[in-house]
Write a new protein. Structure first.
Length: 145
């Protein structure tokens, strides 16, 4: 799977930048099929720990480090407490981890990243590959009974 969340088009299922889609798929083939030592994916969620009002997220596939695509602050993170209500969160990169918090959540239990249709998100590794959307909870969605 190649993550293309950053090059899609909200109005079409077909990404306009097919060359970049192909490049990312080729990176995966180089790594998995040909055994080359290349960075083939953006950051992928590994696990998290809660420390006070913060959730600290660890990733695999960080390459040579975490960054933002546009050098702006991190976007696309939401956090929730036991009430299962998500709020947009502040997030910052510290080494190979992301620290997420919100003044609206005193005791966090879950975090989601880019968990929406056409999300605004910007976490990448320094190789420029986007983080794969994730959620830490297994709560039923609005369409599940």
């Amino acid at each position: 799977m190649a993550c293309i969340i950053d090059i899609g088009d909200a109005g079409s299922i077909h990404p306009i930048n097919k060359q970049e889609v192909g490049r990312r798929l080729a990176l995966i083939a180089e790594k998995k099929v040909y055994g080359k030592d290349v960075i083939a994916s953006g950051p992928m969620y590994k696990n998290f720990v809660v420390r006070g009002k913060d959730i600290i997220i660890s990733f695999t596939e960080t390459g040579s480090g975490l960054a933002t695509r546009d050098t702006a602050s991190l976007k696309g993170f939401a956090i929730a407490g036991d009430d299962k209500k998500f709020y947009w969160a502040s997030a910052r990169i510290e080494g190979d981890k992301v620290i997420v918090s919100s003044d609206k959540v005193n005791i966090p239990v879950a975090v989601r990243y880019a968990w929406a249709d056409n999300p605004v998100c910007n976490l990448v590794n320094k190789e420029g590959l986007p983080a794969v959307p994730f959620r830490t909870d297994e709560w039923k969605g609005v369409t599940q009974k």
